[in-house]
Structures are given as structure tokens and as C-alpha cells.
Write a protein that binds this ligand. Structure first.
Ligand code: GRF
Length: 219
């Protein structure tokens, strides 16, 4: 594929996933290019990362709009204006309306810090610890109108340690997000991942043989 798919990243905060996406799409042969970074917060650190990479930025703040419709119209205009084909939500703290999501169906990706469909919503690391699960992780999925729902493209799994806090667990998951999100974007942008009957089919995917059991053994 010669033309790179023009991708927008939508952010609200620190932008570590944005950083991972910028790094990955800067490599020769990448199927996507980050053409614009949109933030609903002017003070998001993610914007500094975009500027450092010389990527155009736009602020579209819902608080400057009278209605959600008006906000999303602006968002849409910004995306259309930049000729965007794919959208990556990366710590974007706004829920998009069903209308918006349907208009961009199968073109909006999100990263969520849990192994979906478990633990939708916020505070996933604390909830994973409370539930006593042995494994946790992240999911990159196509966005659907329901919160944290939609066909899963890539998942990454981490073990939960007995002495984990929500912070130590979050850090372990975040490191895996930074590997999964660029992979998912590459699969979608290159056309290797497609949605069939609400599941993602990936051409030529190899999957790990490994079975993970935790805890491993008693000492
Ligand atoms: C990540 O944990 C992501 O899973 C969640 O929001 C966080 C964003 O982090 N949706 P960052 O802004 O990419 O550093």
C-alpha cells in the first residue's frame, strides 16, 4: 500500500498511547500516518507530544459548545477537514454519541485497560484487584455506541501480582497498551483486519501457542 491511511488521535490527557502510535507510524513502511491530534483539553500533555513530533493539533472543547451535537459537528468538521480516514481514541474522556459512532463505523479504534468484555468503564485496575483475577490486560477494539463495546482487534495480557496496587498494575497494563495499540492500528490501516459479523478477522494472523497459568507453582 503506497498511501498511508490518514489517522487522527483524540486525546484528553497525558498521551502515552499517542506517543506509542507516533513512534510506530514514523517507521518506514507503516500503513498509517498520524495526520492530526485533537484534544478536548487545551492543557493536555498529549498536545506537547504532538507538537514535539510536528503533528498539527486542534482543540475541540465540549465546554465551548452549547450542545453535544454542536461539539460533535465541530469534531466531525475537524476530521473531514484533515481528510481523516481512521480515528484512534487514546485516553479521550468523552463518550461519543451513537450518531457519531455510526457515521464513523469501523473506522474508530479505542484502547481500554481491561480484557473486554470484563471490566467495562472506569477504575479497571482497582476492580481487577477487588475481583481477585490472576490475569488482567488491555483491549484495542472498534468503537460501538455502547460503552467499551465493539469488535476486539488485539488484546494484551499481564499477570496480577499478589502485592499489586492499582498503580503498579496500571503501569504493567500500560506498557502492554503501548504494544497493542500500534499493532491494532497497523492491522486496520493495512487492511489486514476487517469486521465480519461483529468479530474481527485478521489475514495471516499467527497466535501464541502458550498457555498461561498463574500462580505457577508453590514454593
Ligand atoms: C489508558 O490507560 C487507556 O487505556 C485509557 O486511558 C489511558 C490513557 O493513557 N483509555 P494515555 O493518555 O495514553 O497515557
Amino acid at each position: 500500500m503506497s498511501e498511508r491511511r490518514r489517522t487522527a488521535v483524540l486525546v484528553s490527557g497525558r498521551g502515552s498511547n499517542l506517543h506509542a502510535l507516533i513512534e510506530a507510524t514514523s517507521r518506514p513502511g507503516a500503513a498509517a500516518t498520524i495526520a492530526v491530534v485533537l484534544s478536548n483539553r487545551a492543557d493536555a500533555f498529549a498536545l506537547e507530544r504532538a507538537r514535539a513530533a510536528r503533528i498539527p493539533t486542534r482543540i475541540v472543547d465540549e465546554r465551548d459548545h452549547a450542545t453535544r451535537d454542536a461539539f460533535e459537528r465541530d469534531l466531525d468538521d475537524a476530521l473531514q477537514g484533515a481528510d481523516i480516514e481512521l480515528v484512534c481514541l487514546a485516553g479521550f474522556m468523552r463518550i461519543l454519541s451513537a450518531d457519531f459512532v455510526e457515521r464513523w463505523r469501523d473506522r474508530v479504534l479505542n484502547v481500554h485497560p481491561s480484557l473486554l468484555p470484563a471490566l467495562r468503564g472506569l477504575d479497571t485496575h482497582r476492580r481487577a484487584l477487588d475481583a481477585g483475577v490472576r490475569f488482567h490486560g488491555c483491549s484495542v477494539h472498534f468503537v460501538r455506541p455502547a460503552l467499551d463495546a465493539g469488535p476486539i482487534i488485539v488484546q494484551g495480557v499481564v499477570p496480577v501480582h499478589q502485592d499489586d496496587t492499582p498503580e503498579t498494575l496500571a503501569a504493567r497494563v500500560l506498557a502492554v497498551e503501548h504494544r497493542c495499540y500500534p499493532l491494532a492500528l497497523e492491522l486496520v490501516a493495512s487492511g489486514r483486519a476487517r469486521v465480519e459479523q461483529e468479530r474481527v478477522v485478521i489475514d495471516g494472523a499467527t497466535v501464541p501457542e502458550t498457555v498461561l497459568i498463574s500462580p505457577l507453582a508453590l514454593r
